[in-house]
Ligand binder design. Structure first.
Ligand SMILES: Cc1cc2nc3c(=O)[nH]c(=O)nc-3n(C[C@H](O)[C@H](O)[C@H](O)COP(=O)(O)O)c2cc1C
Length: 283
């Protein structure tokens, strides 16, 4: 098991925190995080993103890491990097959400940031070569027990507490028939946890089609029309798909559903702006 608490509880407990205590991480907690980051496995598609724990003010006092004032108080960040020439966005999302839930397990606050960060400053703090880029980061730290009003307003503005329903996300055999929980049987829990995944601007671009008569679940990315990629064409909606895959897999494993990811090279069954990503082939 990767986590102490159940994945379902962690997924439910996680939400984006934008206000942090200035208290630095306890050395023991820091050690646990560094150990976890150092042991990050390869992604499902075989790419190897790297993850670093860095301080707001690095050793070079001139570098101050920026989040455009949106994140308050955070002293420490997890920063992830991938290759520019072979960008494994899906793998990145999958592995970074594994880290985010690990931090949730340690009772720490996090907030995925793919838009509101100064990438140049973070790259400088890491001495990042041009061949690498930063798709997203998260602050990590202790949170105050209750959310501030400011936080609630930002969350409300992002529609953070709402998620699309099953009818819009999950399909039975083809895109014209929505999937009922009874048909998904035990897989209704992993799917429900896909639904609660975080996504950039809460757009929830994941769509899943169940194969008729089989526990096979085909994952598609349905792009949000007009959604603008941040600088350097970083594909945050593919990152979102990786996050959803991690939720699905970790919960399936927890309830002893066996299966594996496969690229079945399926065609796009949705109308426009959609693409096939990967399939979960359950036994
Ligand atoms: C890939 C990705 C990028 C994100 N980028 C930002 C960001 O730049 N700024 C921000 O305030 N929130 C960002 N978020 C957080 C989302 O707005 C948030 O996850 C979503 O609204 C759902 O709310 P919740 O995380 O509280 O469940 C990002 C989330 C993801 C998954």
């Amino acid at each position: 098991m990767i986590f102490q608490q159940s994945s379902v509880d962690l997924i439910k407990a996680r939400s984006s925190w934008r206000n942090y205590s200035e208290r630095p991480l306890e050395p023991e907690v820091r050690g646990k995080i560094e150990h976890f980051l150092a042991q990050s496995p390869k992604g499902i598609f075989g790419t190897e993103p790297h993850f670093y724990l860095i301080e707001k003010t690095s050793e070079d006092e001139k570098i101050k890491l920026g989040t455009y004032g949106l994140i308050r108080g955070a002293q420490t960040f997890v920063v992830g990097t991938i290759s520019v020439t072979d960008p494994g966005y899906v793998d990145f999302g999958y592995l970074m959400e594994r880290i985010v839930l690990f931090l949730t397990d340690l009772n720490l606050g996090t907030c995925w940031l793919g838009g509101t960060l100064n990438r140049g400053e973070f790259a400088k703090a890491l001495n990042l070569p041009d061949s690498q880029m930063i798709p997203a980061i998260t602050p990590v730290g202790y949170t105050d027990s209750d959310r501030t009003l400011r936080e609630k307003i930002i969350r409300f503005g992002a529609g953070s507490r709402s998620r699309k329903g099953w009818k819009e996300l999950f399909f039975d055999g083809n895109i014209h028939k929505s999937l009922d929980e009874e048909v998904a049987e035990k897989y209704s829990l992993p799917l429900e946890m896909v639904r609660w995944a975080p996504s950039a601007s809460n757009k929830q671009p994941w769509r899943v089609i169940k194969e008729t008569g089989q526990p096979h679940y085909h994952f598609y990315l349905k792009r949000t029309p007009g959604y603008i990629k941040p600088e350097r064409q970083i594909d945050l909606q593919k990152v979102d798909l990786g996050i959803a895959m991690f939720h699905f897999e970790t919960v399936a494993q927890e309830i002893k559903l066996r299966g594996k990811w496969e690229n079945r090279q399926l065609e796009n069954l949705f109308e426009r702006d959609a693409e096939y990503i990967v399939s979960w082939i359950g036994e």
